[in-house]
Write a protein that binds this ligand. Structure first.
Ligand code: ADP
Ligand code: DP6
Ligand code: CO
Length: 355
């Protein structure tokens, strides 16, 4: 390139919170999971990543990533894999059309911001890498489908492959050695179950002590319970969850969601040395959901916790008074809830279309 023109594209990406959790890698290099998973994509009105990707011959220091206002390392294998794969796809377009500018060889500058706590168990790596991949795909004017882009996002962070879709999304673990069938697909759009809502309880916005990447590798290496989870519990939960979503059966959806979260955290506790992501506030949230459901005589609220203390509660719009009222009563009495920086976002809708 002879000129110093700056090419730029921006996008936002939503968070997704799994109801059948990914936890464990069978191939660390390709970021292939030990089990399939299903998630619900939340509305970008509540939690989202905003990412701008640009490239220019005038960028002197190679590729860079600014995350939440701070320069972040891009030399890690996972970020490098995303850059490499996206550049390769752009290079194919450039080879077939000589009039396209040669963007694939220019340094990339990524500027990204999360409007919610980073590395706190609210899926920042999912929204973050989905936005990174989508922003560069937009910059390069790639025509790849969301499933094809999910193959790339997966290499940045596993959960990110599901944030390329709105609604109810499955990440199929696949069985090919090269990972070419380990990608996300749409189980149902958000409009399929339009009254689904999420309550997000931020018990702590602090960075977690053990990252998801490192925590799951410790679990794979040391937990016996984990073997039962990936061979029996998750395959059964995947089937039940897909049935529940298709039939819009909230009671079944809720039970599988809570059981799967419990099973995942039990495997964390069975890791040696044990990993504890939940805290006293998290356990109070579980008790609040139990009391709401007991009072209702059926499950009308479902808690789930990722690798962090923060709670997401799924419920249906028509049950909002009982669910939100139940939380106001129980959590209001917990000392330290507010001092811990607790924040409650209620009524979050689901995301239907992404980027
Ligand atoms: P979380 O529970 O928030 O997903 P993880 O431990 O899985 O936590 O991942 C956190 C890491 O994800 C961050 O330390 C950072 O490396 C990466 N990440 C988070 N947000 C972004 C973003 N917007 N762009 C690129 N990478 C991000
Ligand atoms: C508990 O996708 O963050 O949130 O692939 O190493 O980046 P890496 O891990 P990540 O793990 C997510 C774990 C989870 C469950 C889930 O989202 O399915
Ligand atoms: Co993550």
């Amino acid at each position: 390139m002879s000129d110093n023109k700056v090419y730029r594209a921006s996008t936002t990406a939503p968070v997704n919170i799994a109801v059948v959790k990914y936890w464990g890698k069978r191939d660390v290099e390709l970021n292939l999971p030990t089990n399939s998973s299903i998630s619900v994509t939340l509305s970008q009105a509540d939690l989202r990543t905003l990412t701008t990707a640009s490239c220019s011959a005038s960028y002197p220091d190679g590729d860079s990533l600014m995350l939440n206002g701070e320069l972040s390392d891009v030399s890690g294998a996972r970020t490098q894999a995303c850059f490499r794969e996206l550049r390769a796809r752009r290079a194919v377009l450039e080879a077939s059309n000589a009039s396209l500018p040669k963007l694939s060889t220019l340094p990339l500058k990524i500027v990204s911001e999360n409007n919610f706590p980073t590395a706190a168990g609210l899926a920042s790596s999912a929204a973050g890498f989905a936005a990174l991949v989508q922003a560069i795909a937009n910059l390069y004017e790639l025509t790849d489908s969301p499933s094809e882009l999910s193959l790339i996002a997966r290499q940045g962070s596993g959960s990110a492959c599901r944030s390329l879709f709105g609604g109810y999304v499955a990440w199929r673990m696949g069985n090919k050695e090269d990972g070419s069938d380990s990608m996300a697909d749409l189980v149902a759009p958000a409009s399929h179950w339009p009254n689904m809502r999420a309550l997000i309880l931020v018990a702590s916005a602090s960075k977690k002590g053990v990252s998801s990447t490192s925590g799951m590798q410790q679990t794979v290496a040391t937990s016996g319970l984990f073997q039962r989870r990936i061979t029996q519990i998750v395959p059964a939960n995947m089937d039940l969850m897909e049935e529940a979503i298709k039939a819009k059966d909230f009671a079944k959806f809720a039970e599988v969601t809570m059981r799967d979260s419990n099973s995942f955290h039990a495997c964390c506790a069975d890791t040696y040395p044990p990993i504890f992501y939940m805290n006293d506030v998290s356990r109070a949230a579980i008790r609040a959901v139990e009391s709401i459901n007991t009072k209702a005589g059926k499950p009308i609220a479902a808690y789930t916790f990722d690798a962090g203390p923060n709670c997401v509660v799924y419920y249906l719009e028509e049950d909002a008074p009982a669910v939100l009222g139940g939380f106001a009563g129980v959590l209001g009495g917990i000392s330290g809830w507010n001092e811990n920086g607790a924040d409650v976002k209620s009524g979050a809708k689901l995301e239907d279309g992404v980027a």
